[in-house]
Design a protein around this ligand. Structure first.
Ligand code: ZN
Length: 499
């Protein structure tokens, strides 16, 4: 077999796996958006069959043979082809190196874990959750060992979500961020100036729907290759040719649906900007969770919370909600958009304090994996960290250690991506501003195409060729660091709260 035909055959396999994965995603999207209440049983079986089919395709021994022959001929491959082969190898190893018995055990534990978490959270009963978390931690370490990361289990978990990242790198970045962010938050929250989000009440859902559709279209989301629907928790799924975003509506929290829609639109724009012909390979896939979050957060925060954005959209907002915005001044509206207040709950946090929630979780995960913190001592460690970082102490484990779903199915090492995304977003933002100093004037005219094209060219087009650290170097000219994020937060929030 020639190299060309081996490579072509590899692509055929990867395309098939990708198409199957998109079907599974569609079925998962439908479950959260449309599923009739008594149809969950069938849906679970559909998921199981699909997962089995995908696993069979991803572990096909033919794929292993093709990878081996392509790796042997590596010197004759083009750079792009080498990227595709390396990523396919990574996936193939992950799919084949875990014994079937382990995969079954983990899947079963994931379902047990979710229900145990939901029950423990409802009754704020951490003790009942301890054995589940201990088991999940054990399984994570076992998984790392199967994949050859035995002595670096936490790094393995991080690398799973953010290729190339490690606990040591994150530890340095977060340490630097924490040192400057804690006093900045104190400074902002000590201000007598407070946002009054309660001024925004009674916004009809139909108006909210129309407004966010207008906003997301203006930002550049292509509704001929995607849609937005309603679900309990907002998310974005699918592959660039068919993106499914969701939001949720509350008549008394119009900014919640708007900003979650802009956030998901950022994810959607990234997926739609990945090279269409290469969605099945590393050339057309997202670079990792941190980079993905950098896209959603850049649109949500740097763009959506800016003066320039509101200069264009405020008149449209007032037109759509004439009665509701009567008596709300422009400054009050802008301050509500940029409300900062420490909260115990991560998902309710503003963009300033949000990062502290992530630092808290990262520090705890590190100690869990190092064995210096026992699962049963988690609530105490959590509450101490919340007091130190947020100045708040949970009144129960429900608002403390039990608030997040992630650990219930063993998703350790996922949280840091959110904060890495914030750092990268700010760093990209200053790189864009250096190259297009008038970019905010474009926003004020309702033109976001300059920003989107810049991101398409510099971030989206690269697919998975570079990890977050390398992307930062190539696109922003500097190492990933918290300094841009700190600069951005100071520039946005100090004039508002501490002028
Ligand atoms: Zn996101």
């Amino acid at each position: 077999m020639t190299i060309e035909s081996a490579y072509a055959e590899l692509l055929t396999h990867l395309n098939r796996i990708h198409r199957l994965e998109t079907v599974a995603q569609l079925v998962g999207w439908d479950e959260q958006v449309n599923l009739p209440p008594d149809s969950a049983g069938l849906r679970a079986e559909q998921h199981a069959v699909l997962a089995e089919t995908i696993h069979a395709a991803a572990t096909n021994p033919k794929l292993g043979d093709l990878l081996e022959s392509l790796e042997d001929a590596s010197l004759d491959l083009r750079d792009d082809e080498r990227v595709v082969v390396a990523e396919a190898r990574r996936d193939y190893d992950r799919a084949t190196k875990l014994p079937a018995s382990f995969v079954r055990e983990k899947a079963a534990q994931s379902s047990v874990g979710y229900h145990a978490w939901a029950k423990a959270r409802a009754s704020s009963d951490f003790a009942s959750y301890v054995p589940v978390l201990e088991k999940n931690l054990e399984l994570a370490k076992q998984e790392a060992a199967y994949l050859g990361w035995g002595d670096r289990a936490y790094d393995y978990m991080i690398d799973k979500h953010d290729p190339g990242m490690s606990a040591a790198v994150i530890s340095k970045l977060f340490g630097e961020l924490k040192e400057a962010l804690v006093p900045l938050v104190r400074q902002i929250t000590a201000s007598p100036i407070k946002a009054k989000r309660e001024l925004l009440r009674g916004f009809p859902v139909t108006g909210q729907q129309a407004f966010l559709r207008e906003v997301t279209e203006k930002l550049g989301f292509n509704y001929r290759r995607g849609r937005i629907d309603v679900s309990l928790h907002p998310f974005c799924s699918g592959s660039g040719a068919d993106i499914r975003m969701t939001t949720r509506f509350n008549e008394d929290e119009p900014l919640d649906s708007l900003f979650s829609s802009i956030h998901e639109t950022g994810h959607g724009l990234y997926e739609q900007g990945l090279p269409l012909a290469h969605h099945a390979t590393a050339l057309g896939r997202a670079a990792g969770m941190g980079v993905h979050e950098s896209q959603s957060r850049l649109w949500e925060n740097q763009v959506g919370r800016s003066r320039a954005f509101w200069r264009y959209f405020e008149p449209r907002f007032r037109e759509t909600f004439a009665a509701q915005t009567q008596g709300v001044s422009s400054d009050e509206l802008y301050l509500a958009v940029n409300a900062v207040e420490p909260t115990l709950i991560r998902v309710d946090a503003d963009e300033v304090t949000y990062n502290l929630h992530i630092i808290l979780r990262f520090e705890i995960e590190q100690r869990l994996f190092a064995g210096t913190l026992a699962v049963r001592d988690l609530p105490e460690a959590w509450n101490a960290a919340a007091r130190e970082l947020l100045g708040l102490v949970p009144d129960s484990d429900r608002t403390g250690v039990l608030q997040d779903v992630h650990w219930s199915d063993g998703a350790f090492g996922y949280f840091p991506s959110y904060c890495l995304g914030n750092m990268l977003a700010a760093q990209l933002w200053y790189a864009i501003k250096a190259q297009r100093p008038a970019i905010e004037d474009e926003f004020a005219r309702g033109d976001f195409s300059g920003l989107l094209n810049w991101l398409r060219e510099n971030v989206h087009a690269a697919g998975k060729r570079y990890d977050a650290l390398e992307l930062s170097r190539r696109v922003t000219g500097g190492e990933l660091s918290p300094q841009s994020l700190l600069r951005y937060l100071r520039e946005r929030y100090l004039p508002l709260y501490c002028a």
